[in-house]
Design a protein around this ligand. Structure first.
Ligand code: NAI
Length: 318
């Protein structure tokens, strides 16, 4: 295909690539010239067990298509070993796709510490360890792309997924900070919140949806975000079933009281409609934009004739 977006010579690590979304990503990168590290622990979808079969099968599929790939069976909790496997086999690492995941869905009242810890360890600690081990290589070579796999459950909340929601929205904040830290070195970090039929969702979604929401609908976004032509950095995207959209924060214009006035719960109650109305809103894209109206107000100081002075803690950003 003319103008095909290729990954020739690039080394791509995909965690949890033995099934579902990770497998789909691995096949696409493998078919476009990348050397792929197909990582998968090969356990069950709630975190138990271990097997080399899942990763091996995907490696075979990539090779059958004429691509290059190697299997790795370490848990993402041993992230440094996964990166070492890329260095041992292919001498470099260019792209890290943090995709491995499990579920331990249960209402918060019944959630055990094990449910909480396992989800944290695979999704958060795993993404930290893999990305942290790859980071110096990406920075030093002046090119790198990292994806974290978030979820609508993290963005909006979802019944029975307090552990998973924390992990998935945590990954968004993680990606946004890494995006700032990596930008100067051409290391871009983006987050996706996918929806796809997989063994993870087959117990939750009806069969028609599982069949329709193919993982292959998500992979083109991952590939584009990881390509060197793509300048997107620090974004969050919802994707699945043919839909691709970007998210951002929206904040109401709110209500600002001049400092120096007495602000009581009653004053706030009276102004509550202004605080919560989205009729006028803005979209702060970073911490500076977030703090701008607060600092402007504080710098304007007390209004003349204001009554009681309120102490404003200027140690913002602490
Ligand atoms: P899947 O269950 O088909 O694939 C996940 C893979 O991760 C499995 O092959 C599993 O063996 C592997 N894995 C689990 N723990 C691991 C560990 N400690 N180390 C290495 N590999 C490990 O699930 P699916 O649906 O493909 O999910 C992929 C990612 O997308 C996950 O992070 C999931 O949370 C996320 N996601 C999926 C959604 C969906 O609709 N399928 C929705 C939102 C997020």
């Amino acid at each position: 295909m003319a103008n095909e977006l290729r990954f020739d010579g690039k080394v791509v690590i995909i965690t949890g690539a033995g099934n579902g979304l990770g497998r789909s990503h691995a096949l696409l990168f493998g078919s476009r010239g990348a050397k792929v590290v197909v990582n998968d622990l090969g356990g069950g979808h709630t975190g138990g067990g271990k097997s080399s079969a899942a990763a091996d099968k995907v490696v075979e599929e990539i090779k059958a298509l004429g691509g290059e790939a190697v299997a790795n069976y370490d848990s993402v909790e041993d992230g440094a070993k996964i990166v070492q496997s890329a260095l041992d086999h292919f001498k470099r690492v260019d792209v890290v796709i943090n995709n491995a995941g499990i579920l331990r869905d249960v209402s918060f009242a019944k959630m055990t510490e094990e449910d909480w810890d396992l989800i944290y360890r695979v999704h958060v600690l795993g993404a930290f360890r893999v990305t942290h081990a790859a980071w110096p290589h990406l920075r030093d070579q002046g090119y790198g792309r990292v994806i974290v796999t978030a979820s609508a459950a993290g963005i909006y909340g979802n019944f029975g997924q307090a552990n998973y929601s924390l992990a998935k929205l945590g990954l968004v904040g993680f990606a946004q900070t890494l995006a700032l830290e990596g930008a100067k070195k051409n290391v871009h970090v983006n987050a996706i919140a996918p929806i796809a039929g997989s063994r993870m969702t087959e117990t939750i979604l009806p069969k028609e949806l599982i069949d329709a929401l193919k993982p292959e609908y998500v992979t083109p976004l991952v590939a584009w975000l990881c390509h060197e032509d793509c300048s997107e950095n620090g974004g969050l995207y919802e994707v699945g079933g043919g839909f691709f959209g970007k998210l951002r924060w929206e904040r109401t214009k709110g209500k600002t009281f001049r400092v120096g006035r007495s602000i009581t719960p009653e004053t706030l109650k009276q102004s509550w409609d202004d605080v919560v109305s989205f009729e006028k809103a803005d979209h702060p894209a970073n911490v500076n934009e977030s703090m701008a109206p607060i600092l402007t107000n504080v710098q304007a100081g007390p209004s003349r004739g204001g009554n009681e002075f309120i102490d404003v803690d200027l140690a913002l950003g602490a």
